[in-house]
Structure formats: C-alpha cells, structure tokens
Ligand binder design. Structure first.
Ligand code: NAG
Ligand code: NAG
Ligand code: NAG
Ligand code: NAG
Ligand code: NAG
Length: 286
C-alpha cells in the first residue's frame, strides 16, 4: 500500500532539510548542504520509495566521501532504486563506485552538476543493468570510453552541453541506440575504433567538426544523424548510400561542395542543408 509520507526534519546545528515522499514512490530531499546532514539522512526511513531526488543541494567537495556510504545505505538498506537523480549537487568528481551493488538501477541522471571528471575503480562492478546515463550540462572535457564501455547495458548516453574536446579509447556498447554529444568542442571522433552497431540516433550538433567521420557506413542501424552547427566544408553523399537514414541534418556548416549528389536515397530521407553556402543553389531535400 502506498502511504503519503511527509517528513519535515530539523537537524540541530546545521540548518534544516526537507524530505517529502509522494504517491509516486518518489522522495525529494531539499537543501542538503553539509556533510553532517548527509550523515543524519541515514536515520530516516524512506518506506518503499523507488526514486530519490536531491534538489538544490550544495554538498561541499570534501563531503563526497561521506555522501558515498550514505547513498549506498539508503539504496541498499531501504530502497530498491531504479532511478537516481542528482541535480545541482556541484560535485567536481563523480565516482560510479557509489552505485556498486545496485543491480536494479536502470537510470542515472546527473545533469546540471559541475562534474569535471568521472571515476570507477578498476575492479568495481557497477551499473550492469544501467540503460540510461545522463551527464548533460556538466563540465566534462574528456571522456574515457573504456569507463563507459563497462556499462554494457547502456542504450541512451547523454553527454550534451559539456566542454568535451576529446573522447579517448574505444566505445564498445552493443546496445547503445542514442548518443547525444551536442554542444561540446569535439573536432573528430574515431568511429572506426568503436563498436556501437545498434546506434539509431547520433547527435553532434554544435561542435567543431571539419571532416565527416570515417566508418560512418558501419553504423548500419543509423536513422538520424544530426551534425548541424559544425565546420564541414564538403560532403560526399556516397558515405551514406548504404544506410537506411530518415534524417541527415547538415544545416549551419560551411558546405560549398556536395559530391555524389545522386547517390541512391530512400525517398523518405530528409536532408537539411540550409545555412550553408551550397544552399544558395539547393533547397532542403525533404
Ligand atoms: C541485473 O543484471 C544481472 C546480470 O548482469 C541479472 O542477473 C539481474 O537479474 C539483473 N537485475 C535486475 C533487477 O534486473
Ligand atoms: C583486480 O582484480 C585482479 C584479479 O581479479 C587482481 O589481481 C587485482 O589486484 C585487483 N585490483 C584491485 C585494485 O583490486
Ligand atoms: C542487449 O540487448 C539484448 C536485446 O534486448 C538483451 O538481450 C541483452 O541482455 C542486452 N545486453 C545487456 C548487456 O544488457
Ligand atoms: C537541424 O539542426 C538545427 C540546429 O542547427 C535545428 O534547429 C533543427 O531543428 C534541426 N532540424 C531537424 C529536422 O532536426
Ligand atoms: C549555382 O549554380 C550556378 C549555375 O548552375 C553555378 O554557376 C554556381 O557556381 C552555383 N553556385 C554554387 C554556390 O554552387
């Protein structure tokens, strides 16, 4: 039976925090600001909450080590969590070790933090059943593909709006269907090293890409390729001839030349070319 729990807690000496749990098995924790409050959190029962939200919490970097066991405690002792949302936590380093042993976890949303770096201990087993990882709106500048490749069940990976310049190593995620790298500083991706054969949606809008990636044609399931807002100067449609695409978005590049314009297309494909020099002579083929 679902119970409406509404707990208002005042913690001595460190201000107040609010914990509210609703009918959707969601507990919201607000105004968590000190490591002492984090320790106190462990004494609350969260009933049968399935999701815990920490909102507007300013946890100082040094509190991260105390934060970790408490998250585990809540999750392992009290909550069969399926989704974890940590917003506006202002944490510079996120360690996936906090999620160890959470077999049910299928989504983690870490957007709008200030994450600069990701960590996972070499032998830690984390996130075997994780299908969604959202790291958008953070401060990541490099991505260690090996770390992400340990999360083999991932289907959606959100890395938009960081400051990513480099993705090093190879990404091996057999079930990945959606990869969002938009609004970063990426110049190139070595797709030939990657194994992401299930990918359907690839979004690299607003980066610094000057040349189309080699090995695009190996993404046999690709339906949507968004590469608007980059620095492409020419295109060869032959790269896409073997694919069964639905949308190719090249708008706002610097494309002056298009080769193999007549490469065979399925009639349904939509090609956006607006905002390029070449568009003076061409209209969007949609
Ligand atoms: C998580 O994944 C393991 C295999 O890695 C599987 O045996 C287990 O049943 C899954 N747990 C849940 C809750 O889905
Ligand atoms: C990781 O596991 C291997 C063997 O499974 C072991 O030799 C190694 O010491 C472990 N490393 C760490 C950091 O625990
Ligand atoms: C990948 O997807 C397939 C088909 O849905 C599933 O059977 C398999 O368990 C998934 N792999 C992982 C590592 O979750
Ligand atoms: C193409 O990309 C632009 C961003 O430059 C975006 O505004 C537009 O909605 C995209 N078009 C489609 C059809 O997705
Ligand atoms: C547009 O087409 C005209 C004639 O077909 C050609 O002379 C001109 O170079 C073309 N311009 C661009 C930008 O492709």
């Amino acid at each position: 039976m679902k119970l409406l729990l509404l707990l208002l807690a005042v913690i001595k000496s460190s201000g107040s925090i609010k914990i509210a749990c609703d009918y959707d098995y969601t507990c919201t924790i607000e105004q968590l600001t000190t490591s002492q409050q984090l320790h106190h959190l462990a004494t609350y029962s969260f009933g049968d909450a399935g999701m815990i939200k920490l909102i507007d919490s300013l946890v100082p970097p040094e509190a991260i080590s105390s934060f970790q066991p408490i998250v585990n405690y809540l999750i392992l002792e009290r909550c069969p969590l399926e989704t974890v949302r940590l917003w506006q936590m202002r944490i510079p380093v996120f360690s996936f070790d906090v999620l160890r042993n959470m077999e049910k976890l299928n989504g983690i949303e870490l957007s709008y933090n200030r994450i600069e770096r990701l960590q996972l201990s070499p032998n830690a087993s984390c996130c075997q059943n994780l299908t969604l990882l959202d790291l958008s709106f953070n401060r990541l500048s490099t991505i260690d593909c090996a770390l992400l490749s340990s999360m083999q069940a991932l289907t959606v990976l959100q890395l938009s709006s960081n400051v990513i310049q480099e993705l090093y190593g190879s990404l091996h995620l057999p079930n990945l269907t959606e990869l969002d790298l938009s609004n970063n500083r990426i110049k190139s991706i070595d797709l030939c090293q990657w194994q992401i054969g299930s990918l359907k949606v690839l979004n690299v809008i607003n980066n610094r890409i000057e040349h189309l990636f080699d090995c695009l044609r190996e993404l046999q399931n690709l339906k949507t390729f968004q590469i608007a807002g980059n620095a492409l100067t020419q295109l060869d449609f032959a790269s896409f001839a073997q694919l069964r695409l639905v949308l190719l978005n090249f708008s706002r590049n610097r494309i002056e030349i298009v080769h193999n314009r007549n490469a065979v297309w399925p009639k349904t494909v939509c090609i956006k070319l607006n905002g390029n020099p070449v568009a003076r002579n061409t209209t969007d083929l949609c």
